[in-house]
Design a protein around this ligand. Structure first.
Ligand code: S3P
Length: 168
């Protein structure tokens, strides 16, 4: 069984780069937020509003549990997913984990455009504060990834991928 798992903060490019990568290496693209949203028939902000964050985290854990059956997939995970329960060790077992880690400035700039789609950002006074505090809390999980891509260009991601034994 082999999958590529992209982890990282909101706005780090997991979905955009994940789709490109999947196409390039002929894997199937799966996004945990998309999966949960389809299952619940609700947007992520609606799930947070109506059922609360603990419910959403439970659904993320269930997603990871089912993901053990996947093969040849690029899996993009919601930014909080690796930081709850023992999800990070589950992720390590189902494939190669890659942390997309652009600078805080880049993250904040990207998140300003669609902050309303991300309920976690509403808990802070500003996007900058959210990025700085949440990232500081979560780095200890993200840095357990097998690979880190700091300058998150498609080219750099593909260079990292070239070091991994991809199934064809
Ligand atoms: C969250 C990140 C979001 C989504 C939810 C919670 C978080 O995913 O799972 O809003 O806790 O940081 P993205 O990383 O795709 O924005």
């Amino acid at each position: 069984m082999h999958n590529i798992i992209l982890i990282g903060f909101m706005g780090s490019g997991k979905t955009t780069l994940g789709k490109l990568l999947a196409e390039k290496i002929n894997y199937t693209f799966i996004d945990s937020d998309q999966y949960i949203s389809t299952l619940e028939n609700k947007t992520i902000p609606k799930i947070f509003e109506e059922k609360g964050e603990p419910y959403f985290r439970k659904k993320e854990h269930e997603f990871i549990f089912h993901a053990q059956l996947l093969d040849k997939c690029v899996i993009s995970t919601g930014a909080g997913l690796p930081c709850f329960e023992n999800n990070m060790s589950f992720l390590q077992q189902i494939g190669t984990t890659i942390w997309l880690n652009p600078s805080e400035n880049i993250l904040a700039d990207r998140l300003k455009k669609d902050a309303m789609l991300r309920p976690k950002l509403q808990e802070y006074n500003s996007i900058e504060e959210a990025v700085s505090q949440l990232l500081a809390d979560r780095t200890k999980y993200y840095e357990q990834a097998q690979f880190i891509v700091n300058d998150t260009t498609t080219e750099n991601l593909l260079n990292t991928i070239s070091m991994i034994d991809i199934k064809s």
